[in-house]
Design a protein around this ligand. Structure first.
Ligand code: FES
Length: 213
């Protein structure tokens, strides 16, 4: 069944605003959608005095509504403070576009996740996310950056992360891969590398629970 988009969505899809990347950004993030495996990258330039987003660009590796929602989100976020931008919801993006078919709501969620993840990285670089803030959402945010090469998508979107626990700085992550998977060691190593940058991490335990239904 063909999906019907309104004119504004089509316009943002055909003429995306703020498409591309920023060289030496103050923050950036690539996130993948658990629902479909598509990805979006967000780049930010932030004025250190006012904390306003001076410039924002995106790259999309996804569908038409992914491009349209990322485009509208860059318009909504530009000129806003990072606090204001953090409060832009996927619903706001959908409303601003004049609506999306419900089956495509997750595309908007992905665009908002990308923006929030980039802002979180900015705060982390500045030491403003503290060790006591460590939680499973922050860990999941890092795991979005661990790509599983055979599928070309991150391990969260590929549904290979089965559990994330955080207890007093000890991070436990259960992943699901074939024990013989040639990428298993590389994945474990990358997980440790990415998660170890989070403030407050004392120990990382990665368990492969194997592939099961
Ligand atoms: Fe994947 Fe839209 S279907 S982002």
């Amino acid at each position: 069944m063909a999906i019907k988009y309104n004119e504004k969505v089509v316009d943002h899809f055909l003429h995306p605003r703020n498409l591309g990347r920023i060289e030496n950004p103050d923050a950036e993030a690539v996130v993948g959608s658990p629902a479909c495996g598509d990805q979006v990258a967000i780049y930010l330039k932030i004025d250190p005095e006012t904390e306003k987003i001076e410039d924002i660009k995106f790259e999309s590796f996804g569908c038409a509504s992914n491009i349209a929602t990322a485009s509208i989100i860059t318009e909504l976020a530009k000129g806003k403070t990072i606090d204001e931008a953090m409060n832009i919801t996927w619903k706001k993006a959908v409303d601003e576009l004049g609506g999306l078919p419900p089956i495509k709501y997750h595309c908007s969620v992905l665009a908002v996740d990308g923006l929030r993840s980039a802002i979180r990285h900015y705060l982390m670089k500045q030491g403003r996310i503290k060790p006591e803030d460590l939680n499973s959402d922050l860990v999941r945010g890092e795991l979005y950056h661990v790509i599983y090469p055979p599928l070309g998508i991150d391990i969260v979107s590929a549904k290979r992360v089965k559990y994330i626990g955080v207890d007093d700085g000890v991070v436990t992550i259960d992943i699901a891969f074939d024990d013989e998977d040639p990428y298993l060691d590389e994945i474990k190593h990358e997980i440790e590398e990415k998660v170890s940058v989070l403030p407050g991490v004392k120990e990382i335990k990665v368990n492969n629970v194997g592939l099961y239904e």
